[in-house]
Write a protein that binds this ligand. Structure first.
Ligand SMILES: [Zn+2]
Length: 169
């Protein structure tokens, strides 16, 4: 057994969150177990990539799968843990009928190099929706019409034209 791995098993909740002002936001995936919580801190680019990866996975895995995962984890994680994640991987774990999320490539005060969890389809769908909101909230707003500007330009009904502004955190 590799004791540097932490497997949370099926989590109670899974959320994507952003903190701070636009341009200076920090981001995390927050996983709660019955008696603990893990914060996986991510860069903005990682959040965006995670959103796309979850969407792609949801389309690929048949919709009747992943409703109620099971886990062999008997002892659930107790306490609070925060890591700044280098790499994230997601997938469908057919052995446990659930969606998996695995964080690697981080440093921790604890002797850990891998954190994994299992989630339901509903939790992954919620995660994607939260990421969509986070990403669109970070876009600068058009001063004319107040709509979010996207990286590939903006058709402004107020000016009958386009405005291209780079998106920020
Ligand atoms: Zn506009």
């Amino acid at each position: 057994v590799d004791n540097r791995r932490l497997d949370l098993g099926v989590v109670e909740s899974l959320q994507a969150e952003a903190f701070g002002e636009p341009g200076q936001r920090t981001f995390r995936v927050y996983a709660k177990t019955a008696e603990g919580a893990v914060s996986l801190w991510l860069e903005k680019e990682q959040v965006v990539m995670l959103g796309s990866a979850v969407e792609e996975l949801m389309q690929r895995v048949p919709s009747d799968l992943g409703g109620s995962p099971d886990s062999d984890i008997l002892k659930s994680f107790v306490g609070e843990l925060e890591v700044k994640v280098g790499s994230l991987a997601i997938g469908y774990d057919a052995d446990h009928s659930g969606f998996s999320l695995e964080a690697t490539d981080f440093t921790s005060d604890f002797d850990l190099n891998n954190i994994s969890l299992l989630a339901t389809r509903e939790q992954f769908t919620g995660l994607r929706e939260q990421i969509d909101e986070i990403v669109s909230a970070g876009r600068p707003r058009c001063p004319l019409c107040g709509r979010p500007l996207s990286a590939d330009g903006h058709f402004c009904p107020e000016s009958n034209g386009h405005a291209a502004i780079e998106s920020v955190n």
